[in-house]
Write a protein that binds this ligand. Structure first.
Ligand code: GDP
Ligand code: MN
Length: 377
């Protein structure tokens, strides 16, 4: 999940990273009694806002509501502006780039620091590699003092203790929120110290179950801003489902292609035949499961359904929820047999048990039951 600047800055503030004072403006909000100079920033999730005209400076000699109106009429790289953050302008002496993310190739977290941050960071990172520094570090030890000292010297930051505090706080956020990216670009050196001018935080959706209250709050805030059609809240398209119609009488749903093909073979070996096969497309959620059940049951040849799930990234409670929802909304008589294991399997199995949907630990047993049911005995 990508966070808006204002959401990221709220987290920054909580962790002691200095940010400007500011407030959020929604469309049709009345704004009055503002004191210039203000930086007025459209809140969108795409990058390159400044370059696209999404940031305006109000120095007091024009009508601020006109500026706000202009920003709300913008469409930045396909994203309509629905919220604006108005911030007190700070004087910037120099802009630095800092981020913490993963180096997936090396399987480590990495601190990235650029001497000259700002809107041209991508270009300057390409053209002047000496100005950008990558420091991989041990996730258990965190970023060590000598590494911060080294980098502060490299990029010539004088306010060392402030700089250290910010980097430590960024890693704390990275770790505690299960983020995949915490970025400040630019971190401004101002006459009054360091200030995070921008924020970019991406959270790992796969870890959302560890932060349910937080995710709910962030999603609620985002829903206020977004229309359904441009919501970035993890939405899985139905086209992640691969659907194959065959000539038998069993519906087969699997969360991965390997599991699906193995089960297809087992069904054949035990004398059954599949009529409709849905593979959910790897990492998936309850909505996709719900949709797959709809697809499979729309085939009138299907007399029993076998669902085989191996929870790695997929959570069995999510999968079970999709099945329960389907049972509730479509009171079809077709019996469903489940084999589920892996992440959150206890919760998933309990949900199934509550609805009297049989779950088998043995794949073979589940296969045999589905075949038997489809035959009508
Ligand atoms: P982005 O384009 O989405 O990355 O938006 P940023 O929030 O990073 O702002 C883009 C640029 O606007 C920054 O690199 C700054 O140069 C400038 N800017 C933003 N806020 C301020 C401010 O308070 N004071 C000054 N002087 N410049 C600002
Ligand atoms: Mn920026």
């Amino acid at each position: 999940m990508k966070l808006y600047e204002f959401q990221g800055k709220e987290i920054f503030k909580k962790y002691g990273i200095p940010v400007q004072l500011g407030f959020l403006v929604h469309e049709n909000d009345e704004v009055k009694n503002l004191t210039p100079p203000l930086v007025i920033k459209s809140q969108v999730l795409v990058g390159g806002r400044g370059k696209a005209g999404g940031i305006k400076l109000w120095e007091g000699n024009t009508d601020v509501s006109q500026i706000i109106h202009e920003l709300f009429s913008l469409n930045i790289k396909g994203e309509k502006v629905r919220a604006i953050l108005a911030l007190e302008k700070v004087d910037i002496l120099r802009e630095i780039y800092i981020s913490i993310t993963f180096n997936r190739g090396k399987s480590t977290p990495v601190l990235i620091v650029g001497t000259s941050g700002g809107m041209d960071i991508e270009k300057s990172a390409q053209s002047d590699k000496d100005n950008i520094h990558f420091i991989e570090f041990d996730p258990f030890l965190g970023i060590l003092e000598y590494q911060i000292r080294f980098i502060a010297k490299k990029i010539n930051v004088e306010n060392y203790s402030e700089f250290k505090k910010i980097i430590k706080a960024m890693y704390k956020i990275f770790k505690e929120y299960d983020a995949t990216l915490v970025e400040i670009n630019p971190l401004a050196i101002t006459p009054h110290g360091l200030v995070a001018i921008d924020s970019k935080i991406n959270l790992d959706d796969q870890a959302s179950f560890r932060h349910q209250v937080l995710f709910r709050k962030l999603e609620e805030e985002q829903k206020l801003i977004q229309n359904n059609e441009d919501s970035n809240i993890s939405k899985f398209k139905e086209d992640t489902i691969t659907h194959v119609t065959l000539s038998g009488n069993i519906g087969l749903i699997s969360d991965g292609a390997g599991t699906g093909l193995l089960t297809l073979d087992l069904i054949n070996d035990f004398g059954g035949k599949v009529a409709s096969f849905c593979e959910l497309g790897g990492i998936t959620n309850s909505e996709v499961m719900f949709k797959a059940l709809k697809i499979v049951t729309s085939n009138s040849s299907v007399k029993s359904i076998l669902v085989v799930l191996i929870g790695g990234f997929n959570r069995m409670d999510d999968m079970a929820e999709g099945i329960v929802k389907f049972k509730k909304e479509f009171k079809k008589e077709i019996p469903i047999f489940i084999r589920m294991c892996g992440t959150k399997e206890e919760v998933g199995k309990q949900l199934m048990e509550n609805k009297n949907i049989p779950v088998y630990d043995s794949l073979i047993e589940a296969v045999e039951r589905a075949i038997k049911e489809a035959r009508g005995n």
